[in-house]
Design a protein around this ligand. Structure first.
Ligand SMILES: [Zn+2]
Length: 396
């Protein structure tokens, strides 16, 4: 797009009514809304305009969204990651082609207004690089519509699954943006050896880290401390995230205060999807401590749970609901988790509604952000680089 496009009467989050001028896919001017009568450009009619949402944690390879319904299989004796991984392997062996399922999820997310995404993709001794090859190809097809970061994710552990360090190394060479990890203590039973591989590969390839950590209590906290210490020692602040970090939701207040300070100082971000059946990181307390808290759908109709709709605005609503957020500033915080904080955690360039930023935005039937978070309006139009790409949930 080389000519100027104008979007008139856009309501920004601060309440101001403006005209958005777009050139070459970026906002090149934002001016007070022009006088009535001007008809050039697109009239947004005073609807709320927000930057595209950030889907910070999803699994494009393992969802059954759009495939046959798969009834949830409960763990036999409480939540057990190893058992869930086994259920997943069984389910995936009978699933529709991965490219088709990944495409369904991508369109679900884009349709709701997510224009940046971080997806974990299984890379381990059980599947090798098979999932990654499919996901890399499908992401390439969607690059005009959404920015995608891929995490090489050792779903079957690193030490528990022979060959995994080598597969992770190769995955990073093939283009994964980050290296993942999985419960270094409870799954691999060797925190140091697990993190040596993860941070060793991150250093070798110059990539970030995003580790799945379900371990609760002091065991989980110990691993968070180890991850933060390595992040500081390696100068990787801003490039490391811990996903789930359930432990932060079930440790005493004084321990949480220390953890919050440590995470903020080391620059380790925390991802939570406000899961329904777990203690989860206290979003307000961590934000107050200066920690970047971001979010994602995580599992959408997969072997872990049947929920998920790919709508990050609905996710903000869930975060607010589970966090007991009622006041406007709290609802705005829930929205921040799925937008600006997500952009910070993912290191996105040119995010926001401002001159110079990319013209990736969502137009919503809401007066302001607090209303958008509680109402989750389904009617919305999604623009990528100033062009409509989705309307009312459907990718055009
Ligand atoms: Zn996950």
């Amino acid at each position: 797009m080389t000519e100027q496009t104008i979007f008139r009467k856009a309501r920004l989050a601060d309440g101001s009514l403006v005209d958005l001028h777009v050139m070459d896919g970026r906002f090149n001017a934002i001016t007070p809304a022009s006088a009535a009568g001007l008809s050039a450009g697109t009239d947004l009619g005073g609807q709320l305009v927000l930057p595209g949402f950030v889907e910070g944690h999803i699994h494009l390879d393992t969802s059954f969204y759009g495939d046959a319904w798969r009834p949830h299989i409960p763990c036999t004796n409480g939540f057990d990651v190893r058992e869930r991984v086994a259920f997943q392997a069984r389910n995936l062996s009978a699933a529709a082609p991965m490219a088709e399922r990944a495409k369904n999820q991508l369109e679900l997310c884009i349709g709701h207004g997510s224009l940046a995404m971080r997806s974990h993709v299984m890379v381990d001794g059980s599947v090798g690089l098979k999932h990654l090859e499919v996901i890399l190809a499908i992401c390439e097809k969607y690059r005009e519509l959404i920015d995608i970061q891929l995490v090489a994710f050792p779903q079957s552990g690193i030490l528990s699954s022979p060959g995994t360090p080598e597969f992770l190394d190769e995955a990073l060479r093939l283009g994964c943006d980050l290296v993942g990890g999985l419960d270094p203590a409870s799954f691999d039973r060797d925190v140091k050896a697990h993190l040596d591989v993860v941070f060793g590969l991150a250093g070798k390839h110059g990539v970030g880290v995003d580790i799945h950590l379900h371990d609760g209590g002091t065991l989980g906290l110990f691993q968070i401390e180890e991850i933060a210490a390595r992040t500081t020692a390696l100068g990787m602040g801003g490039n490391v995230a811990v996903s789930h970090a359930y432990a932060l939701g079930d440790i005493p207040a004084d321990a949480l205060a220390r953890a919050g300070d440590m995470l903020a100082a080391s620059g380790v971000a925390i991802m939570t999807n406000a899961p329904g059946n777990h203690a989860f990181p206290p979003v307000a307390a961590l934000r107050k401590a200066g920690v970047t808290v971001f979010s994602g759908s995580d599992n959408i109709r997969d072997s872990w749970w049947p929920y998920g709709d790919g709508d990050m605005l609905n996710r903000a609503s869930m975060i607010g609901y589970r966090s007991g957020f009622y006041e406007d500033w709290e609802l705005e915080a829930a929205y921040d988790v799925v937008s600006y904080a997500g952009a910070k955690a993912l290191g996105l360039e040119g995010y926001g509604i401002e001159v110079g930023a990319r013209a990736d935005f969502v137009v919503l039937k809401a007066e302001h952000v607090p209303e958008a978070v509680v109402a989750v309006p389904g009617e919305r139009t999604v623009y990528r680089a100033g062009r409509v790409v989705a309307k009312d949930g459907a990718v055009l």
